[in-house]
Design a binder for this molecule. Structure first.
Ligand SMILES: *Cc1c(COP(=O)(O)O)cnc(C)c1O
Length: 389
């Protein structure tokens, strides 16, 4: 059994992928070839955003948005502590201060009430209202931006987050790296009206290419123009007319070609993912001490990960027992961001983010992909049931 099976999808799409790759090999425009613009148009149409700017990775997507807004030293950027490192790495690389905002325990998603408290705490420089990083206690930071994460494939609570953001004049950058194709009240992620959204096409993500890739979405035409400039070393009118600092942040034509071949199958694969998740929910029901992943009403998940919770210190024992039976499992994430060495200078204590800390000790990701057979789901669920007994 594989944790994520990419080979079955390749077998289904092989002629289309090979034809798309052959076309690139024939025209030879490996950098910003015609497939890149074709993909951007299709992706923007898919999620209902006015503009799509493809780029080299999900990390670059976050970084480019922050660069476009001039985020830097003295800025407070609100992030959940339970996410992939890049969410907080990008603002920190630019000298901004990540301010951690704890998650809702049931969904693992940023808690909008905690966001309100954290923004107020930064504004008043009062850590008694909400735990703050050392930099926000020692100096006045400007609250600039929040990066909600659509963790494991489910959109965060955008209605509440956008309302807190509007009240405090914060920009909202949706980190949809795990959730391209998920829905929130009938609208798709990356098209939810945030100032900007970032996604990733890393191979294991719900829509993945065959290397690194990412994209940024926005309804703001001026911002899209700045992002296109940042993508190519801050170019102006011409290639050697650099008007700002940027990156080499382009998506390879070959990766755009792979994504174009995969895109027509995405809706079917997302439906298959929902079926596998429903099957897991049925087969795992009623195991004492096990909590199934929760999807809020009005939202759908693309199930980038299927993470169960096992409380009271039983997670590691269940994980070991599954691995002994040849069932691959993973832990996303074994440490919340505020406990990582790279963020030691933020000066947080473990219990400052109690819900993220508890999640990191109890989550277990089970094998999951759209081509998983019912029998495999039943076998995994049976093994979890025995190990958890
Ligand atoms: C994968 C991921 C990223 C980074 O994407 P890359 O394409 O790997 O750079 C950012 N945020 C989250 C939440 C992710 O899961």
């Amino acid at each position: 059994m594989e944790f994520i099976d990419l080979k079955t999808q390749f077998r289904r799409l092989e002629p289309d992928i090979r034809a798309r790759l052959d076309a690139v090999l024939a025209h030879g425009r490996f950098i910003m070839g015609p497939e890149v613009a074709e993909l951007e148009e299709k992706l923007a149409g898919f999620c209902g955003a006015a503009h799509c700017v493809s780029c080299a990775s999900g990390t670059d997507a976050l970084l480019m948005a922050l660069l476009a807004w001039g985020i830097g030293p003295g800025d407070a950027v609100f992030v959940p502590p339970f996410t992939f490192f890049a969410t907080a790495e990008a603002p920190a690389l630019l000298g901004a201060t990540p301010v951690m905002v704890d998650i809702e325990p049931e969904t693992f998603l940023l808690d909008p009430d905690a966001l309100e408290q954290a923004v107020t705490a930064v504004t008043r420089r009062d850590a008694s209202l909400h735990p703050l990083p050392a930099a926000a206690r020692n100096a006045a930071l400007r609250p600039r931006l929040v990066i909600p994460v659509d963790l494991f494939g489910q959109p965060a609570d955008y209605e509440a987050i956008l309302s807190v953001a509007a009240a405090h004049d914060l920009l909202v950058l949706e980190d949809a790296a795990q959730a391209f194709g998920a829905e929130y009240h009938g609208r798709k992620t990356c098209g939810l009206g945030c100032h900007c959204a970032a996604t990733s096409f890393f191979p294991a993500k719900p829509l993945g290419c065959y290397g690194d890739g990412g994209a940024i979405f926005t309804d703001d035409g001026d911002l899209a123009g700045v992002l296109r400039s940042i993508r190519v070393h801050g170019k102006g009118g011409g290639k050697y007319d650099n008007v700002r600092l940027g990156l080499n942040g382009r998506l390879d034509t070959i990766q755009a070609a792979v994504l174009l071949a995969k895109l027509p199958l995405l809706a079917e694969e997302l439906a298959a993912r929902r079926r596998v998740a429903a099957r897991y929910a049925r087969d795992l029901a009623g195991i004492p001490g096990l909590t199934l992943p929760a999807v809020r009403p009005g939202r759908s998940s693309v199930w980038a990960q299927y993470c169960i919770r096992l409380d009271n210190g039983r997670r590691d024992q269940v994980a070991a027992s599954l691995q002994e039976r040849g069932i691959p499992v993973n832990i996303y994430y074994p440490a919340p961001l505020h406990m990582l060495g790279a963020f030691r200078d933020l000066g947080y204590a473990p219990q400052d983010m109690p819900r993220a800390l508890a999640a990191s000790r109890s989550v277990l990701a089970l094998p999951f992909h759209p081509y998983m057979e019912d029998g495999d789901v039943a076998a995994v669920a049976g093994a979890v049931r025995e190990a958890a007994a």
